[in-house]
Design a binder for this molecule. Sequence first.
Ligand code: NOJ
Length: 967
Amino acid sequence: MKLLSISLLLLTLLSNVYSFTDYLLKDCKKDAFCHRNRRYAEEQAKLLHNGIYGLDKSSIAVSENGVFEANLIKTIERSDIDDIKVTLPFTMSFISDDQCKGLNALRFTVNELRKNCQTDRVDCNRFNETWNWAVLDKYHNENYKSSKDSLSWEISSIRSKHGWFSSNDDDEEIIIENKQRDIKVELTINNFHLKVYYKNVLQTIINERSLFNLEHHRSKKENFQNVLPFESTYNMFADNFEYSKFDTIPLGPESVSLDFTLVNYDNVYGIPEHADSLRLKDTQSTNTISKRKFSKKHNPEENSDPYRLFNVDVFEYNVDSKQPMYGSIPLMIAAKPGSSMGLLWLNPSDTWIDVNYSSDNTKTHWMSENGIIDVTMFFGKHPKDVTNQYIQLTGSPVLPQLSAIGYHQCRWNYNNELDVLTVESKMDKGHFPFDFIWLDLDYTDKKQYFTWNPDAFPNPTRLLNKLSKLGRQLAILIDPHLMSKSEVSKRIIKSGTQVKSNVGRTFLGQCWPGQSIWIDTISKLGQIEWSNIFHDFVAKYVPVIDVKGNNLHFWNDMNEPSVFSGPETTAPKDILHDENLEERSIHNLYGLSVHEATYDAVKEDYKNLTRPFVLTRAFFAGSQRSAATWTGDNVANWEYLRISVPMILTNNIVGLPFIGADIAGFSGNPDPELIVRWYQAGLWYPFFRAHAHIDTKRREPYLFEDPIKSIVRHSIQLRYKLLPTFYTAFHKASVNGYPIMNPMFYEKSAFAAMYDIDDQFYLSDSGIIVKPIVSRKTDVTAMIFAPGIYYDLETLNATIISGEEVQTLRVEAPLEKVPAFIEGGHIITKKERYRRSSHLMVRDPYTLIIAPDVNDEAHGSLYVDDGKSFEYKEGQYLETNFKLSNNVISNKPSHLPGSNSKYETVGNTLIETLIISTSELNHITVNEQVKVTEGLEEWNVDVQHDGNRIIITNPLVHIDQEWCITF
Ligand code: NOJ
């Protein structure tokens, strides 16, 4: 029976050429714990049932490392037997950095003490390791000691207070405070509620609606006496969803749920991955799902479902949808002018989040299938503070090799060595710069990773060497599913590091190679085995390990994991990882475990010399430390181009900025107009890659007809010209989490009108503002601007926005033009010469574009390092700041590399041209010559005037020297 239905599912999948359809996914009603918790919420809204959760005062203690600890007690009143009481250990702590970098967080956890859990099949404890996966080592439970003195607490009566739940006026509350950090919590004892204040302003009320629900452990037999009278018991011990009905649910209902009212916030963002707007939608009101082809099977109720976080393989996913996708980052950011907070719900099990905008507050309801409640909240003035604190806790986004931020040419598949080299040379002849060429699935021998198809790629080392000489990088696909009969699988099975079935045998499922096993990178031993496999592979094909030569990179695809024969296209929830840990408990972490193990392995293989590049499809909080990602299997139509922008913006604010979308749509054949518009948008994606499905027509840029070809060429070349600015943006992201594709409300947070804009953005803090065209036959668009001067990126013509308010202006956008401006007040750095790849630009000089604001001032910064090694971590980099003020342009390096660098750290330092753009509001008058002073020397340089541009050619100044140019 089981086999039959698996084969039927498989047949359906294959007959659709593995096309994604809604019916494979659960909606909230069918995902039992979501169903139950939404019902719980409905019942609580009708008639508040209070007093279920209270704190045991006598259990309060503050541990040696400064953690407030107490037991929460869940009480189920029974008339027939003694009341049932369940102990739920509760902790609360303050997390701050010791270097005044502004990390200012409050964490609390709720676990369950399970006494009578009898099963030897699965680990009985709630999974409590997510924190250690997601956050940096120094904050791991065993390492982090918040100072005991920073936390104070006292009990007081709240009888005299009036407020949010009047029935409990005689309750008591505990005030827990970190005075130095301005965070205060009021925790009500008998009725567990929390109010959290930052700088004396109420930020959030936790459990205001009494939606806190922890389904404690009980056997099926005891269930009837363990449920609350108003609780739903829907599918507590069985699952009747068509594709997951074999789920054994060994521990019964285990979900955790809690509500957070974000007080005086009416904009919330984050919690990717969804193909949806940047500002989260209200999940109770219906929104329209744009469908590509649809579909009797589509369930209209999905419209009012919560957002779901559950890593799944969603080929040709729906757009404008809250359905789950490949990755999950459970960080929500609330923001308004002057204030922001972040809410990190560290739980990797299947999770749903309801969002309700209600007058000035936002009410959210978080529900996870199992595990513990582990919540960290960040507070600040600005949403950037939240992103910044989040990456301080979970790690900096990776600073990639310079080449990885160039253009990537990918296709499923480049068929053989000749094909690869032909694409390389045609790109070159067509003057399309690029850095990476990619090999998808079929470079392997019968889809066995860690092998090469011997006919197509008889000598991979030769190919790598050839590409290396041409300055190109090669990325190849290695997925975590492995053909069950392959050599590598035998090795994994021998070491016992494969994922196991629910009865402890090797888990077998279907994926690209047919019957497959999965490496268990959740386990330490699995990570070591994976690393050894990489070690042998790299040693075999990359014989010389040196900074220049290491041009092989890796792509971990299908690591949700995708299991064609599994429920919801992924792994059954009851299969087992090391130590009998259920997949259910760690599901959204698996992808991270795979790509992190890959990154660590390659870093070791490359002897810590070169920065590895790893692309992952699945992600979780912390993925930014080692990987880039992309938005998965989109379609070559306008809807997917449009939605790529808010999707990428969302990832940028939750600390995983190295993301792109397949240009110009993975499946289907884009028409010429779509191709152009997609390249014009894609050139701003942090990860800039063209990719196409195996069934599509070839579409390498040199194949296009003019004018498409020349516009695409121009777009790719523009990305390369701006590489110094992009690399500086990546560096900033890696230091402080600054978004690379940066939403309007992050840059212009003082203007309420910016909080719902997600079709235009800034490039980091460079001042470049862009609105890609994402609809057909559009040659004019509307852009919103804060007051200031804006210079067209290409012509430098000025547009003035006067007054105090934002304005929306009509902007011309003929096919050859992507609307992009430099905001007055900024100086951007370019390299203007055409080169075949990023590494050939190292010796090229710089051009500065100076865009003065209304006060005739401008600033800009530049970061340069060797673009490849880790030496920047030892200070081998240059950082400098340009300034225009009082008719003087100046440069002042703030950091210079030492003289003992092994590599060429900064390349050419010469600035060959400075261009000052002006507007009618500026008072910059430059004579025929300017005076240049660098060190003790002084000389004059001629100036050209060209319309509103002042051009200074060959001033002979350098980025690594202090100099002034005086008008
Ligand atoms: C699915 C990925 O999303 C896609 O990019 C890739 O081409 C195919 N797997 C084949 O490997």
